[in-house]
Design a protein around this ligand. Structure first.
Ligand code: CIR
Length: 262
């Protein structure tokens, strides 16, 4: 079974992305008001897209939407669980209108299940490793959303583990799967007991919340802003490819958030 590309059996072959909108400088930000540079962010996104193509992914594009400044963060709108695409109901009301166009494209590939009110889920709170779906209970993902997701997960013969997220936006802001057995964790940001079955390595304290990673088969895209942690990942035998996504990170994004791989 193919699950978000992380089960180690069949690598994903398609990357769904959504170009950066002109309104990106109005993206939601958790703390402070960074001056987001739309042109620089677009250049970062172009490099990201290039690495996906170089890694052999066929790129499918959902048209961008200037009415939704965060729409480049397509990961939050849908989660592939086994043979089904779960269309989320994003936790931020301003982002709920992002899901329709993504659902239309995914419906050509998967049967769809939609998360319904009062449930909320952001895809940034979900990842699969070793046949287990880990879900962050966060400011964006609530218990009703998790209960609805649990139904799909169990229909697909997978297990679900809830991880409480307390010091960051999403589960994947603090826990990055490198493969079916290993995760990189930001210390003290989530309930780490949830990862008892996995090999855990830690983000360097000096790089708190700066590390993000996206495994792409032979290579591992990593954030250039976290070189010490990237070195720890490289020491495990991964071929790391650092990329600068500082504008994307200033809007609370990481490397997983700009694509849906299947
Ligand atoms: C937001 O607050 O929703 C966006 N500015 C950032 C979302 C990042 N999503 C992700 O990492 N999955």
């Amino acid at each position: 079974m193919k699950v978000n590309g992380y089960d180690g059996l069949m690598p994903p072959s398609t990357a769904l992305i959504r170009p950066l909108p002109r309104s990106f400088d109005r993206a939601l930000v958790r703390e402070g008001k960074p001056d987001l540079d739309v042109a620089a962010a677009r250049a970062e996104h172009d490099v990201y897209r290039g690495h996906l193509a170089d890694a052999g992914y066929s790129i499918e594009v959902v048209p961008t939407d200037d009415g939704h400044p965060d729409c480049v963060f397509i990961e939050d709108t849908a989660v592939i669980i086994g043979s089904v695409a779960v269309i989320t109901r994003p936790g931020a009301p301003a982002r709920r209108g992002e899901t329709g166009p993504v659902a239309r494209v995914l419906s050509a590939h998967f049967p769809l299940v939609e998360i319904e009110e009062p449930g909320t889920i952001d895809g940034g709170d979900v990842f699969t490793a070793g046949g287990v779906v880990y879900v962050g209970r966060s400011a964006r993902t609530n218990d009703s959303g998790i209960d609805q997701l649990r139904g799909v997960v169990s229909d697909q013969g997978l297990d679900l583990i809830i991880v409480d997220v307390h010091d960051t936006l999403h589960l994947k802001s603090a826990v990055l799967p490198l493969g079916p057995e290993t995760v990189v964790v930001t210390p003290r940001a989530v309930d780490e007991g949830a990862f008892a079955g996995l090999h855990v390595i830690y983000e360097a304290d000096s790089e708190r919340h700066k590390f993000s990673a996206l495994p792409l088969g032979e290579t591992m895209m990593v954030t250039a802003s976290a070189p010490v942690t990237a070195e720890r990942v490289s020491a495990l035998g991964h071929r790391v490819v650092p990329i600068d996504v500082s504008q994307i990170q200033a809007a609370d994004g990481g490397l997983t958030c700009m694509s849906i791989l299947f």
